[in-house]
Design a protein around this ligand. Structure first.
Ligand code: COA
Length: 265
C-alpha cells in the first residue's frame, strides 16, 4: 500500500489511502508501549479521521512485527501518586471511549503483543484482525495493578465473565487462535497477510452505506450503555432510514437487480 502522509505526530504515523486512514503506533523499540502522549495522539488522530470527510474506515496497528502495543508505559507511571494514577486512568478511558464512539469503524490490526493497555486499546476498536503471532492479555496483576483503561469491563463484554476473570487474575495471555474462539478477534491471518486482510475488509466496507454503518455502530454501543434504551433507539433509527438517499438507492438497486451505489447520505 502506498499512503500519503497528511498528519504528523511524535509517536504515530498517520497515513491515508483512498477512503482508508491507517494509524500506526510508532514506538517499536518499546514494543509500542502506550505512554500518555501516544494515547492522546491516538485520540486526536481518530477525531481528525472522523472530521475528515474523505476518510470512511480507520485502521489502527503497531509498528514492527512484534507488538500491537505491549501495554501502558511502565517506566512512565512507575512513580505516580494516587492522583496521577487516577488521572491517567480517566484520560485513558476518554481515549478508549473516543474510539468506541467513532462514527467510522475503527479496526485493530493486532500484529503481535496486545497486552494491558494494548489489549484495552484493541478491545475499544470495533473489530480486531489478529496475526498468528498475536497475544492478548491483561497482565496488570503481575505488577500489583488492575487494568486502568476499561479492561475489566470490555473483556467481560467480549469473552464473558468467567474467562475474563481467569485472564485478569492469572494475567496469562491467550494466543491468536484462542482469541478467535473467544470472540476477542474476528480473524487470524499470517503476519505477512495482515495488511492484505485489512485491504480486503476495507474494499468490502467501501461498498456499504456509511450512514447506515454509523447508525449501526451507535446502536451497538447503546447495547452496553445502561442509561440508554437501545431497543427504542433502534426503532427510531430504523424509521429515520426511510428518508435517506442511501436507503432509496439501496432498495432501488435491489429491485432493479443491480449493485447499489450509495451516495453516502
Ligand atoms: N512499558 C514500557 N516499556 C516496555 C513495555 C511497557 N509496557 N513493554 C515492553 N517495553 C520495553 C522494554 O522495557 C524493552 O525496552 P529496553 O530495550 O529499553 O529495555 C523493550 O520494550 C523490549 O521489551 P522486552 O521486554 O525486552 O521484550 P521481550 O520480547 O523480552 O518481552 C514482553 C516482551 C511483552 C513479554 C515484555 O516486554 C513485557 O512483559 N512487557 C510488559 C507487559 C505488561 O506488563 N503490560 C501491561 C502494562 S500495565
Amino acid at each position: 500500500m502506498t499512503f500519503s502522509t497528511p498528519m504528523t505526530f511524535n509517536n504515530l504515523l498517520v497515513t491515508q489511502e483512498g477512503n482508508t486512514c491507517l494509524i500506526t503506533i510508532n514506538r517499536a523499540d518499546k514494543l509500542n508501549a502506550l505512554n500518555i502522549e501516544t494515547l492522546q495522539e491516538i485520540k486526536i488522530a481518530v477525531e481528525e479521521a472522523n472530521r475528515n470527510e474523505t476518510v470512511r474506515i480507520i485502521f489502527l496497528t503497531g509498528a514492527g512485527d512484534k507488538a500491537f502495543a505491549a501495554g501502558a508505559d511502565i517506566a512512565e507511571f512507575a512513580d505516580f501518586t494516587v492522583e496521577e494514577g487516577t488521572k491517567m486512568a480517566a484520560g485513558g478511558h476518554e481515549v478508549m471511549n473516543t474510539i468506541e464512539q467513532s462514527a467510522k469503524p475503527v479496526i485493530a490490526l493486532v500484529n503481535g503483543f496486545a497486552l494491558g493497555g494494548g489489549c484495552e486499546l484493541a478491545m475499544a476498536c470495533h473489530i480486531r484482525i489478529a496475526s498468528e503471532n498475536a497475544r492478548f492479555g491483561q497482565p496488570e496483576i503481575n505488577l500489583g495493578l488492575v487494568p486502568g483503561y476499561a479492561g475489566t469491563q470490555r473483556l467481560c463484554q467480549l469473552v464473558g465473565k468467567s474467562k475474563a476473570i481467569e485472564m485478569l487474575i492469572t494475567g496469562d495471555p491467550v494466543k491468536a487462535n484462542d482469541a478467535l474462539q473467544l470472540g476477542l478477534c474476528t480473524q487470524v491471518v499470517p503476519l505477512a497477510e495482515l495488511k492484505e486482510a485489512a485491504q480486503k475488509l476495507a474494499a468490502k466496507l467501501s461498498g456499504k452505506s456509511f450512514t447506515a454503518m454509523a447508525s449501526i455502530l451507535a446502536l451497538v454501543n447503546a447495547c452496553y450503555a445502561e442509561s440508554t434504551d437501545g431497543f427504542e433507539l433502534e426503532i427510531e433509527a430504523f424509521g429515520k432510514r426511510f428518508q435517506t438517499p442511501d436507503f432509496v438507492e439501496g432498495t432501488n438497486a435491489f429491485l432493479e437487480k443491480r449493485a447499489a451505489d450509495f451516495p453516502g447520505n
